[in-house]
Design a protein around this ligand. Structure first.
Ligand code: AMP
Length: 121
């Protein structure tokens, strides 16, 4: 996957404070906020502050400190948002993954039974 980062994407604008967000948690290298169009009762997005396009970009190129910070932030979110009965953590990448915002983000969804992971073709 190409890893050319577009700094005009909406999450980059959130990180620069140009548009508001409903923050759940901020850490030195990560930000978690409520999805503007939630697909479940709990729908939080966790993003690294660094300029990574996709999961594989972040996993390949981010310094270890940022990767640890991101995953610890995800763990804190899971403990904070009421998903004791389970949740789904998913990330979309590129055209086939139907990624809308080209800044790596993990969706944490819960609060109801979520159905199958993907539709069968
Ligand atoms: P994806 O299709 O994985 O790129 O998901 C992008 C997600 O970002 C969607 O669930 C959108 O509802 C969400 N989203 C887009 N703009 C905003 C925003 N300004 N604040 C919060 N969530 C947003």
């Amino acid at each position: 996957m190409p890893h050319t980062y577009d700094p005009t994407n909406i999450f980059a604008r959130i990180l620069r404070g140009e548009i508001p967000n409903k923050t759940v948690l901020e850490t030195p290298h990560s930000l978690a906020f409520h999805d503007i169009n939630p697909a479940a009762p709990v729908h939080v997005l966790v993003i690294p502050k660094g300029p990574y396009v996709t999961f594989d970009h972040f996993a390949a190129e981010a310094p270890a400190e940022e990767i640890v910070d991101f995953h610890r932030a995800c763990a804190k979110i899971c403990a904070m948002v009421g998903v004791e009965e389970g949740y789904r953590a998913i990330t979309n990448a590129g055209a086939h993954g139907m990624q809308e915002v080209p800044h790596y983000h993990l969706h944490i969804l819960g609060g109801r039974v979520l159905g199958r992971l993907v539709e069968r073709a």
